[in-house]
Design a protein around this ligand. Structure first.
Ligand SMILES: [Zn+2]
Length: 159
């Protein structure tokens, strides 16, 4: 799998602490949060629908994860793939994590997993979706599209 280079403006606070006491927050692109795991829409997407999954606890290394947190993260990978397939109909996915700055992690202090939907030939139009001015609308629309599905997961858990 190709490295996913992440952007992190210097001095930025941990993006995974956004909406700490809520289950979702549009401003922070938070699609889902429970006690164990959270899902953000990546503000600097590789492709449309690029998600970041993280433990709700602020931990940087995979060895610090409890088995329960690890299980919740993997379960959320599964749910994310199902939801993205439903709405975005990708031809495939890149799923992975960068551990440490040297490996390309833009937020090494908080472990996160990239779920990146891929389409046949998408590398040809990636420069287009990376164009300034097109991303915010993309992200807003995608957020609105995916939010109900992620919140439905939460409702299912509380029942
Ligand atoms: Zn954090």
């Amino acid at each position: 799998m190709a490295y996913i280079r992440e952007k992190n403006p210097a001095g930025q606070a941990c993006i995974f602490e956004t909406g700490k006491d809520t289950t979702h927050e549009k401003k922070g692109l938070l699609l889902y949060r429970d006690d164990l795991v959270l899902v953000l829409l990546n503000r600097f997407p590789y492709t449309n629908g690029h998600l970041l999954l993280a433990p709700s606890r602020h931990v940087g290394d995979i060895s610090a994860l409890s088995p329960v947190e690890g299980g919740a993260l993997f379960a959320m990978i599964r749910e994310s793939v199902v939801i993205l397939r439903r709405h975005k109909k990708p031809d495939g996915f890149n799923i992975g994590l960068n551990l440490g700055q040297v490996a390309g992690a833009g937020h090494p202090e908080h472990l996160h997993i990239h779920v990146v939907p891929r389409w046949d030939g998408d590398h040809n139009f990636m420069p287009v979706i990376a164009g300034i001015g097109t991303i915010p609308e993309h992200i807003d629309n995608t957020f609105d599209q995916l939010l109900p599905d992620f919140q439905e997961l939460l409702a299912g858990k509380n029942n």
